[in-house]
Design a protein around this ligand. Structure first.
Ligand SMILES: NC(=O)c1ccc[n+]([C@@H]2O[C@H](COP(=O)([O-])OP(=O)(O)OC[C@H]3O[C@@H](n4cnc5c(N)ncnc54)[C@H](OP(=O)(O)O)[C@@H]3O)[C@@H](O)[C@H]2O)c1
Length: 446
């Protein structure tokens, strides 16, 4: 058997994921060394919080609190950044790359905000950045897109990329509970942060959508061009009606091209979406992630698994370390480059021009002629109605409209987003309309 080499690694940030990496590297260290022919050696484990460095299966001599010690070590060619945030983490990444070190990161916020700069630094320094854990935790979606599906264009990628939102929507659906109630329980159980905004307002999904879109389409799509809407406005009432109509409500990241040509604009959007209840993503429940990738050569593929958590995420970090180790062993650090920009003229379509189907829930006075008034506004805007459902006034309770007003549901055929939003703004000005209309996009991904 060939001699096993050793790769020295400096890990910075021993929090949830960092400690998972340390534990799981120790757990399967011999197996990984046998598979790679390289032993992954944690030369440094760094965290500014002393308590994070306790009870780790590494010698005390590797534990440090100052990241500079790790970065300065010339015998550490690979840095693992697991700090989170976009400030110090950015400094660490750029410092490491400028020293020609390879970086492994799980930091989706950092890549979504500063990816272009970071990938340029990697290329300039003949270094590399691996970031499998930044999207969908343990699911190897980055590797699939850039290696397994290298033969493909990607007309459509869509999926559930935030476990917290999926957990909340799944429980609202299963238990008929309100958003606030489920969020509070999710926080108690550790499925949601004390400040849940990055998850529930869609920001975290937007980070991941931006990374996937850029990788899949060969240009930096930019976080500012990713449309984002969270789940705070989704009520149990809408989930109940959607279910009656044969749909489930999921927060999806959707990356779509209008046609197969290289000049077609890309849509990158995150929003609650009604999908058919028999769609495979409708059965992705709890904190799980699920992503469907449609390639023009491979066809439809689906990925399912845990999108977060110490073990699932560290599985992806260790896979990146394995790639880095094999590249260094073969003397080809950039065998798979961090990012290849090959479509410099491509652009992202604004949400105004995106086409979709729509679910509208109006709250109206229960008078004859109301449906006709609303239909006229939609008709004047050239928006076609697929069906109308008028429900009796529900009992007045939290999450339901007041009982003297009735809900009126319109399912629309495909229309432009801007046209629908303008029409709804006009509808909401009608005196018979008593509350802000709820708009949820509908997709069946045929
Ligand atoms: N948690 C997940 O399931 C998950 C899943 C996928 C991706 N990620 C990504 O993985 C990264 C790490 O997440 P995490 O959940 O492990 O975060 P975390 O638990 O907050 O761990 C980060 C650690 O870094 C330490 N740190 C901060 N600044 C430092 C500095 N200047 N020097 C040394 N240590 C410093 C923090 O200490 P203090 O606490 O004292 O600040 C903390 O112990 C993030 O980018 C996150 O988005 C996480």
């Amino acid at each position: 058997m060939e001699k096993v080499q050793q790769l020295n690694i400096g890990l910075i940030g021993a929090g949830v994921v960092g400690r998972g990496v340390v534990r799981n590297l120790a757990r399967n260290t011999d197996l990984i060394a046998e598979r790679l022919g390289v032993r992954l050696n944690l030369k440094w484990v760094c965290d500014k919080d002393k308590s994070r460095l306790k009870n780790l299966p590494v010698p005390a001599s590797v534990l440090v609190r100052d990241a500079k010690v790790v970065l300065d070590d010339p015998n550490v060619p690979v840095i693992v950044e697991l700090l989170g945030g976009t400030s110090f983490a950015r400094t660490v990444l750029l410092d490491a790359l400028n020293r020609g070190k390879v970086v492994v990161t799980a930091n989706k916020a950092l890549l979504a905000h500063h990816g272009e700069e970071i990938f340029a630094a990697a290329a300039r320094n003949s270094a590399n950045v691996f970031y499998e854990a930044s999207v969908c935790g343990g699911i190897p979606i980055i590797k699939a897109l850039r290696e397994g599906f290298v033969a493909n264009r990607f007309p459509l990628i869509y999926g559930i990329v935030n476990g917290t939102c999926n957990y909340i929507l799944s429980r609202m659906t299963a238990e008929g509970k309100d958003f606030d109630e489920v969020l509070a329980e999710a926080q108690k159980l550790g499925y949601a942060e004390a400040d849940p905004s990055l998850d529930v307002d869609g920001g975290d999904s937007a980070h991941k959508a931006t990374i996937l879109a850029s990788l899949a389409h060969g240009f930096w799509t930019g976080l500012e061009n990713t449309y984002v809407e969270g789940i705070r406005h989704v009520t149990k009432y809408d989930i109940e009606i959607a279910s009656e109509l044969g749909y489930a409500v999921k927060l999806l990241a959707i990356i779509k091209t209008a046609d197969a040509s290289d000049s077609a604009p890309i849509e990158v959007r995150v929003h609650p979406t009604l999908i058919p209840r028999d769609h495979v993503l409708a059965s992705v429940g709890g904190a799980f992630n699920g992503v469907v990738v449609r390639g023009d050569v491979v066809g439809e593929t689906m990925f399912y698994g845990r999108g977060a958590g110490a073990d699932a995420t560290s599985s992806a970090v260790i896979a990146d370390l394995a790639d880095a180790a094999l590249n260094l062993k073969c003397g080809s650090v950039q065998r798979v480059p961090a990012f290849v920009a090959h479509r410099l003229n491509a652009r992202v379509r604004t949400i105004d021009d995106v086409e979709s189907r729509y679910y509208l829930r109006l709250t109206v006075e229960d008078w004859p002629g109301v449906i006709a008034k609303v239909a006229k506004v939609l008709g004047d805007a050239d928006i076609s109605i697929a069906s109308v459902l008028q429900r009796e006034a529900p009992e007045s309770k939290p999450g339901h409209p007041p009982s003297d007003h009735v809900p009126l549901i319109f399912m629309l055929h495909v229309a432009k987003d801007r046209a629908v939003r303008d029409a709804v703004a006009e509808i909401d000005r009608l005196p018979v309309v008593k509350d802000k209309t709820i708009i949820i996009r509908v997709e069946n991904f045929d």
